[in-house]
Write a protein that binds this ligand. Structure first.
Ligand code: E4P
Length: 216
C-alpha cells in the first residue's frame, strides 16, 4: 500500500519524506488556503516546490466545474511537472473531463467519492485514482470503511486498474483498516502516520533494554 501525505504544509511534507516511506502528496483548495497560498502564480509555484521535494504522485485539484474549464485548468496543472495528478471532483462534467484526460495521457484523481457507484463511474472514465472520503462518511454516522471494502471487491471482480486512495483519514487506525480492506493508497495527515509508530509496550520495552544495557 502506498503512503501519501494529505497536506500542503512544506515542513510536514519534508518530515514525512525524511521518514523514507512517502509515495506522494495530496492537496485540495482547503489545504492550500490553510497555508496562505493565494494567486495562480503562487499556487503553481507551491505545486512545483512539492514536486521537487517528493518523488511521487502529487495531486493538484481543479477549481473549475464545467468540462472546458476543468480540461483547460487540468492541462495547465499537468504542465507544471510530470508527477502532477489532476484532481477532479465527482460531478458529471468531471467524469467527462476524466475521460478526456485519460484519452490524452493525463492522470487523474477523482475526488469527493462517497459511493461505490461514483467509484465505478470514475474507474470507467479512466481515473488513475478514486478518493473515497472515509472520515467525512464516519462523521455522518455511517462507516467509511465499508465503502473501501465494497469498492475493493468491485474493482477486483471487474479488473479495474484504478487505484483506491483512501482519503479523509482521521486516525492511525483508519490507515490500518484501509490496508486490511484493500486500499491501494492512503492519504493521511502527518499525525496519523506518526501515530503508527506508537505502542506503550514498545516504550516500556525500550526503557528496560536501555537500563539493562548499562549492566552489559
Ligand atoms: C484528499 O485528497 C482529500 O481532499 C482529503 O483527504 C479530505 O480530508 P478531510 O475530510 O479531512 O478534509
Amino acid at each position: 500500500m502506498k503512503f501519501f501525505i494529505d497536506t500542503a504544509n512544506l515542513s510536514q511534507i519534508k518530515e514525512a519524506n525524511e521518514l523514507g516511506i512517502l509515495d506522494g502528496v495530496t492537496t485540495n483548495p482547503s489545504l492550500m488556503a490553510k497555508e496562505g497560498i493565494r494567486g495562480q502564480e503562487a499556487i503553481n509555484q507551491h505545486y512545483k516546490t512539492i514536486c521537487e521535494m517528493v518523488d511521487g504522485d502529487i495531486s493538484a485539484e481543479v477549481i473549475a466545474t464545467d468540462f472546458n474549464g476543468i480540461v483547460e485548468e487540468g492541462k495547465k496543472l499537468a504542465a507544471i511537472h510530470p508527477n502532477i495528478v489532476v484532481k477532479v471532483p465527482m460531478i458529471k462534467d468531471g467524469v467527462k473531463a476524466i475521460k478526456w484526460f485519460s484519452d490524452n495521457g493525463i492522470r487523474t484523481n477523482c475526488t469527493l467519492i462517497f459511493s461505490a457507484g461514483q467509484a465505478i463511474l470514475a474507474a470507467k472514465a479512466g481515473a488513475a485514482y478514486v478518493s473515497p472520503f472515509i472520515g467525512r462518511i464516519d462523521d455522518t454516522g455511517w462507516d467509511g470503511m465499508i465503502l473501501i471494502e465494497q469498492i475493493a471487491n468491485i474493482f477486483a471482480i471487474q479488473g479495474y486498474k484504478t487505484e483506491i486512495l483512501a482519503a479523509s483519514i482521521r486516525s492511525s487506525n483508519h490507515i490500518v483498516k484501509a490496508a486490511e480492506l484493500g486500499a491501494d493508497v492512503i492519504t493521511s495527515p502527518l499525525e496519523s502516520i506518526l501515530g503508527l509508530l506508537k505502542h506503550p509496550l514498545t516504550d516500556i520495552g525500550l526503557a528496560k533494554f536501555l537500563e539493562d544495557a548499562k549492566k552489559m
